[in-house]
Design a protein around this ligand. Structure first.
Ligand SMILES: NC(=O)c1ccc[n+]([C@@H]2O[C@H](COP(=O)([O-])OP(=O)(O)OC[C@H]3O[C@@H](n4cnc5c(N)ncnc54)[C@H](OP(=O)(O)O)[C@@H]3O)[C@@H](O)[C@H]2O)c1
Length: 252
Protein backbone atom coordinates (compact mmCIF):
# COMPACT_ATOMS: atom_id res chain seq x y z
CA UNK A 1 0.00 0.00 0.00
CA UNK A 2 1.20 3.47 -0.77
CA UNK A 3 0.17 6.16 1.66
CA UNK A 4 0.82 9.85 1.38
CA UNK A 5 2.52 11.53 4.29
CA UNK A 6 0.01 12.90 6.78
CA UNK A 7 -0.43 16.53 5.85
CA UNK A 8 -1.85 18.98 8.40
CA UNK A 9 -5.11 18.98 6.46
CA UNK A 10 -5.40 15.20 6.48
CA UNK A 11 -4.52 15.17 10.17
CA UNK A 12 -7.29 17.68 10.87
CA UNK A 13 -9.81 15.58 8.95
CA UNK A 14 -8.68 12.49 10.85
CA UNK A 15 -9.21 14.25 14.14
CA UNK A 16 -12.66 15.30 13.02
CA UNK A 17 -13.75 11.86 11.95
CA UNK A 18 -12.07 10.18 14.92
CA UNK A 19 -13.93 12.57 17.22
CA UNK A 20 -17.10 11.85 15.36
CA UNK A 21 -16.67 8.08 15.67
CA UNK A 22 -15.81 8.31 19.36
CA UNK A 23 -18.93 10.34 19.94
CA UNK A 24 -21.03 7.80 18.06
CA UNK A 25 -19.58 5.04 20.26
CA UNK A 26 -20.25 7.10 23.38
CA UNK A 27 -23.79 7.88 22.26
CA UNK A 28 -24.44 4.25 21.39
CA UNK A 29 -23.60 3.29 24.95
CA UNK A 30 -26.29 5.61 26.30
CA UNK A 31 -29.88 4.46 26.52
CA UNK A 32 -32.50 6.54 24.70
CA UNK A 33 -29.95 8.02 22.30
CA UNK A 34 -30.19 7.07 18.65
CA UNK A 35 -26.83 6.28 17.10
CA UNK A 36 -27.72 7.84 13.76
CA UNK A 37 -27.38 11.35 15.05
CA UNK A 38 -25.02 14.13 14.19
CA UNK A 39 -22.01 13.71 16.38
CA UNK A 40 -18.82 15.70 16.55
CA UNK A 41 -17.47 17.61 13.59
CA UNK A 42 -19.06 16.79 10.29
CA UNK A 43 -17.14 16.18 7.06
CA UNK A 44 -18.22 17.97 3.92
CA UNK A 45 -19.13 15.44 1.24
CA UNK A 46 -19.42 16.10 -2.49
CA UNK A 47 -21.48 13.63 -4.50
CA UNK A 48 -20.66 13.33 -8.21
CA UNK A 49 -23.64 11.60 -9.79
CA UNK A 50 -26.76 12.20 -7.73
CA UNK A 51 -28.85 9.54 -9.44
CA UNK A 52 -30.33 6.49 -7.78
CA UNK A 53 -27.29 5.22 -5.85
CA UNK A 54 -25.63 8.63 -5.36
CA UNK A 55 -28.88 10.15 -4.16
CA UNK A 56 -29.45 7.32 -1.68
CA UNK A 57 -25.89 7.40 -0.33
CA UNK A 58 -25.85 11.18 -0.01
CA UNK A 59 -29.12 10.95 1.90
CA UNK A 60 -27.50 8.57 4.40
CA UNK A 61 -24.63 11.02 4.94
CA UNK A 62 -27.04 13.93 5.48
CA UNK A 63 -29.03 11.86 7.97
CA UNK A 64 -25.97 11.41 10.21
CA UNK A 65 -25.17 15.11 10.07
CA UNK A 66 -22.73 15.66 7.21
CA UNK A 67 -23.18 18.61 4.86
CA UNK A 68 -23.59 17.16 1.37
CA UNK A 69 -23.45 18.83 -2.01
CA UNK A 70 -25.22 16.69 -4.60
CA UNK A 71 -24.12 17.47 -8.14
CA UNK A 72 -25.44 17.19 -11.62
CA UNK A 73 -24.72 18.59 -15.03
CA UNK A 74 -28.16 20.12 -14.48
CA UNK A 75 -28.14 21.08 -10.79
CA UNK A 76 -31.55 22.72 -11.03
CA UNK A 77 -32.99 19.22 -11.45
CA UNK A 78 -31.85 18.34 -7.91
CA UNK A 79 -34.07 20.97 -6.25
CA UNK A 80 -36.67 18.56 -4.88
CA UNK A 81 -34.03 16.09 -3.63
CA UNK A 82 -32.16 18.72 -1.60
CA UNK A 83 -35.31 20.50 -0.44
CA UNK A 84 -36.52 17.24 1.09
CA UNK A 85 -33.30 16.75 3.00
CA UNK A 86 -33.11 20.07 4.79
CA UNK A 87 -30.33 22.60 5.31
CA UNK A 88 -27.41 20.15 5.23
CA UNK A 89 -28.13 19.33 1.58
CA UNK A 90 -27.42 21.53 -1.39
CA UNK A 91 -27.06 21.14 -5.13
CA UNK A 92 -24.25 22.26 -7.39
CA UNK A 93 -22.31 21.54 -10.50
CA UNK A 94 -19.80 18.68 -10.60
CA UNK A 95 -16.92 21.13 -10.15
CA UNK A 96 -18.64 22.82 -7.23
CA UNK A 97 -19.27 19.50 -5.46
CA UNK A 98 -15.65 18.46 -5.90
CA UNK A 99 -14.43 21.80 -4.54
CA UNK A 100 -16.91 21.54 -1.64
CA UNK A 101 -16.07 18.06 -0.39
CA UNK A 102 -13.43 17.01 2.09
CA UNK A 103 -14.53 13.65 0.74
CA UNK A 104 -15.91 13.07 -2.77
CA UNK A 105 -18.14 10.14 -3.74
CA UNK A 106 -18.24 9.27 -7.45
CA UNK A 107 -21.40 7.44 -8.48
CA UNK A 108 -21.64 7.75 -12.26
CA UNK A 109 -21.90 5.43 -15.25
CA UNK A 110 -18.34 4.18 -15.71
CA UNK A 111 -18.30 5.56 -19.23
CA UNK A 112 -18.13 9.06 -17.71
CA UNK A 113 -15.09 8.30 -15.53
CA UNK A 114 -12.52 9.24 -18.18
CA UNK A 115 -14.10 12.65 -18.63
CA UNK A 116 -14.28 13.20 -14.85
CA UNK A 117 -10.60 12.29 -14.63
CA UNK A 118 -9.58 14.65 -17.43
CA UNK A 119 -11.49 17.56 -15.91
CA UNK A 120 -11.03 16.94 -12.18
CA UNK A 121 -8.21 14.48 -11.35
CA UNK A 122 -5.94 17.23 -10.01
CA UNK A 123 -8.62 18.52 -7.65
CA UNK A 124 -9.57 14.99 -6.60
CA UNK A 125 -5.93 14.17 -5.82
CA UNK A 126 -6.02 16.81 -3.06
CA UNK A 127 -8.92 15.12 -1.24
CA UNK A 128 -8.46 12.89 1.78
CA UNK A 129 -10.73 10.28 0.23
CA UNK A 130 -12.57 9.64 -3.02
CA UNK A 131 -15.09 6.80 -2.81
CA UNK A 132 -15.63 5.07 -6.15
CA UNK A 133 -19.08 3.50 -6.24
CA UNK A 134 -19.14 3.27 -10.05
CA UNK A 135 -19.07 0.01 -12.00
CA UNK A 136 -18.23 -0.80 -15.59
CA UNK A 137 -21.14 -2.38 -17.39
CA UNK A 138 -20.69 -3.52 -20.97
CA UNK A 139 -24.37 -3.08 -21.82
CA UNK A 140 -24.46 0.49 -20.53
CA UNK A 141 -20.86 1.65 -21.07
CA UNK A 142 -19.93 -0.35 -24.17
CA UNK A 143 -17.93 -3.51 -24.84
CA UNK A 144 -14.74 -1.59 -25.58
CA UNK A 145 -14.64 0.08 -22.19
CA UNK A 146 -15.51 -3.15 -20.38
CA UNK A 147 -12.68 -4.91 -22.23
CA UNK A 148 -10.23 -2.12 -21.43
CA UNK A 149 -11.18 -2.24 -17.74
CA UNK A 150 -10.49 -5.97 -17.72
CA UNK A 151 -7.10 -5.38 -19.31
CA UNK A 152 -6.21 -2.94 -16.51
CA UNK A 153 -6.98 -5.60 -13.89
CA UNK A 154 -10.54 -4.61 -13.11
CA UNK A 155 -12.54 -1.66 -11.87
CA UNK A 156 -10.25 -0.58 -9.03
CA UNK A 157 -7.04 -0.33 -11.05
CA UNK A 158 -8.92 1.09 -14.02
CA UNK A 159 -10.35 3.91 -11.88
CA UNK A 160 -6.82 4.63 -10.66
CA UNK A 161 -5.73 5.02 -14.32
CA UNK A 162 -8.50 7.57 -14.89
CA UNK A 163 -7.82 9.31 -11.57
CA UNK A 164 -4.03 9.21 -11.07
CA UNK A 165 -2.78 10.14 -7.60
CA UNK A 166 -6.30 10.12 -6.13
CA UNK A 167 -6.90 8.33 -2.78
CA UNK A 168 -9.55 5.97 -4.14
CA UNK A 169 -11.50 3.50 -2.06
CA UNK A 170 -14.12 1.36 -3.76
CA UNK A 171 -17.20 0.85 -1.61
CA UNK A 172 -20.97 0.28 -1.84
CA UNK A 173 -20.50 -0.95 -5.43
CA UNK A 174 -22.99 -3.78 -5.30
CA UNK A 175 -25.58 -2.85 -2.72
CA UNK A 176 -28.78 -1.80 -4.46
CA UNK A 177 -29.82 1.79 -3.92
CA UNK A 178 -33.35 0.82 -3.02
CA UNK A 179 -32.09 -1.33 -0.13
CA UNK A 180 -29.74 1.24 1.42
CA UNK A 181 -32.30 2.98 3.66
CA UNK A 182 -33.56 -0.28 5.16
CA UNK A 183 -30.12 -1.82 5.58
CA UNK A 184 -28.49 1.19 7.24
CA UNK A 185 -28.39 0.78 11.04
CA UNK A 186 -30.45 -2.39 10.78
CA UNK A 187 -31.16 -4.20 14.03
CA UNK A 188 -28.74 -6.97 14.98
CA UNK A 189 -25.63 -7.65 12.96
CA UNK A 190 -24.76 -4.84 10.53
CA UNK A 191 -24.55 -5.42 6.80
CA UNK A 192 -20.95 -5.58 5.66
CA UNK A 193 -19.56 -3.28 2.98
CA UNK A 194 -16.54 -4.75 1.21
CA UNK A 195 -14.01 -2.05 0.45
CA UNK A 196 -10.75 -1.98 -1.49
CA UNK A 197 -8.07 0.68 -1.59
CA UNK A 198 -4.37 1.40 -1.44
CA UNK A 199 -4.34 4.62 0.56
CA UNK A 200 -4.28 4.00 4.32
CA UNK A 201 -5.62 7.43 5.24
CA UNK A 202 -8.42 7.19 2.71
CA UNK A 203 -9.29 3.71 3.95
CA UNK A 204 -9.44 4.90 7.57
CA UNK A 205 -11.75 7.79 6.70
CA UNK A 206 -13.93 5.50 4.54
CA UNK A 207 -14.22 2.98 7.37
CA UNK A 208 -15.34 5.72 9.75
CA UNK A 209 -17.94 7.08 7.37
CA UNK A 210 -19.32 3.63 6.53
CA UNK A 211 -19.75 2.84 10.24
CA UNK A 212 -21.42 6.19 10.81
CA UNK A 213 -24.07 5.50 8.18
CA UNK A 214 -24.83 2.14 9.73
CA UNK A 215 -22.80 -0.52 7.95
CA UNK A 216 -19.61 -2.43 8.80
CA UNK A 217 -16.68 -1.92 6.41
CA UNK A 218 -14.57 -4.95 5.53
CA UNK A 219 -11.28 -4.22 3.79
CA UNK A 220 -10.79 -7.01 1.28
CA UNK A 221 -7.48 -5.74 -0.10
CA UNK A 222 -5.87 -3.15 -2.33
CA UNK A 223 -7.40 -1.57 -5.41
CA UNK A 224 -6.53 -4.68 -7.39
CA UNK A 225 -9.26 -6.44 -5.39
CA UNK A 226 -11.70 -3.80 -6.63
CA UNK A 227 -12.40 -6.12 -9.56
CA UNK A 228 -14.44 -8.24 -7.13
CA UNK A 229 -16.47 -5.27 -5.92
CA UNK A 230 -18.92 -5.15 -8.81
CA UNK A 231 -22.40 -6.59 -9.31
CA UNK A 232 -22.60 -10.25 -10.21
CA UNK A 233 -19.63 -11.42 -8.15
CA UNK A 234 -19.71 -13.50 -4.93
CA UNK A 235 -19.16 -10.35 -2.82
CA UNK A 236 -22.08 -8.52 -4.39
CA UNK A 237 -25.30 -8.01 -2.50
CA UNK A 238 -26.05 -8.18 1.19
CA UNK A 239 -23.66 -10.11 3.41
CA UNK A 240 -22.61 -10.05 7.02
CA UNK A 241 -19.03 -8.95 7.72
CA UNK A 242 -18.08 -12.56 8.53
CA UNK A 243 -19.49 -13.78 5.22
CA UNK A 244 -17.52 -11.11 3.36
CA UNK A 245 -14.29 -12.14 5.09
CA UNK A 246 -14.94 -15.77 4.23
CA UNK A 247 -15.76 -15.07 0.58
CA UNK A 248 -12.86 -12.63 0.19
CA UNK A 249 -10.48 -15.25 1.60
CA UNK A 250 -11.12 -17.42 -1.46
CA UNK A 251 -10.61 -14.60 -3.97
CA UNK A 252 -7.40 -13.21 -5.40
N1 LIG B 1 -28.30 1.70 -8.90
C1 LIG B 1 -27.72 0.94 -7.97
O1 LIG B 1 -28.40 0.29 -7.15
C2 LIG B 1 -26.21 0.90 -7.87
C3 LIG B 1 -25.61 0.23 -6.79
C4 LIG B 1 -24.22 0.24 -6.67
C5 LIG B 1 -23.44 0.88 -7.63
N2 LIG B 1 -24.04 1.50 -8.68
C6 LIG B 1 -23.20 2.17 -9.68
O2 LIG B 1 -23.34 3.56 -9.47
C7 LIG B 1 -23.24 4.24 -10.73
C8 LIG B 1 -24.50 5.07 -10.93
O3 LIG B 1 -25.61 4.20 -10.99
P1 LIG B 1 -27.10 4.75 -10.78
O4 LIG B 1 -27.98 3.57 -10.84
O5 LIG B 1 -27.15 5.65 -9.61
O6 LIG B 1 -27.26 5.58 -12.13
P2 LIG B 1 -28.24 6.81 -12.44
O7 LIG B 1 -29.44 6.75 -11.56
O8 LIG B 1 -28.42 6.79 -13.91
O9 LIG B 1 -27.37 8.08 -12.03
C9 LIG B 1 -26.18 8.37 -12.69
C10 LIG B 1 -25.76 9.77 -12.37
O10 LIG B 1 -24.50 10.01 -13.00
C11 LIG B 1 -24.50 11.33 -13.48
N3 LIG B 1 -23.67 11.43 -14.67
C12 LIG B 1 -23.77 10.76 -15.83
N4 LIG B 1 -22.81 11.14 -16.69
C13 LIG B 1 -22.09 12.10 -16.05
C14 LIG B 1 -20.99 12.90 -16.42
N5 LIG B 1 -20.41 12.79 -17.61
N6 LIG B 1 -20.51 13.78 -15.52
C15 LIG B 1 -21.08 13.89 -14.30
N7 LIG B 1 -22.14 13.17 -13.90
C16 LIG B 1 -22.64 12.29 -14.77
C17 LIG B 1 -25.93 11.69 -13.80
O11 LIG B 1 -26.10 13.04 -13.48
P3 LIG B 1 -26.74 14.15 -14.46
O12 LIG B 1 -27.27 13.44 -15.67
O13 LIG B 1 -27.79 14.77 -13.63
O14 LIG B 1 -25.61 15.08 -14.73
C18 LIG B 1 -26.74 10.81 -12.83
O15 LIG B 1 -27.16 11.52 -11.70
C19 LIG B 1 -23.06 3.16 -11.79
O16 LIG B 1 -21.71 3.02 -12.11
C20 LIG B 1 -23.60 1.91 -11.10
O17 LIG B 1 -23.01 0.72 -11.61
C21 LIG B 1 -25.40 1.55 -8.83
Amino acid sequence: MTGKPLTDRVRRIFMRIAGSILTVVALAALPHVAVAQTTGSPLKIGIVGAGREGGALGTLFVKVGHPVMFSSRHPEELKSLVAGLGPLAQAGTVGEAIAFGDVVVIVIPYGAMEQIGKAHADALAKKVLVIDVSNPNARRDGEDLAKWVGEQGGAGLATAKFLPGVPIVRAFNAINYARLPALAHRAGEPVGVPIAGDDPQGIAVAEGLIREVGFEPVLVGGLAMGKHLVPGTPLAGEHTPAEIRQIAGSLH
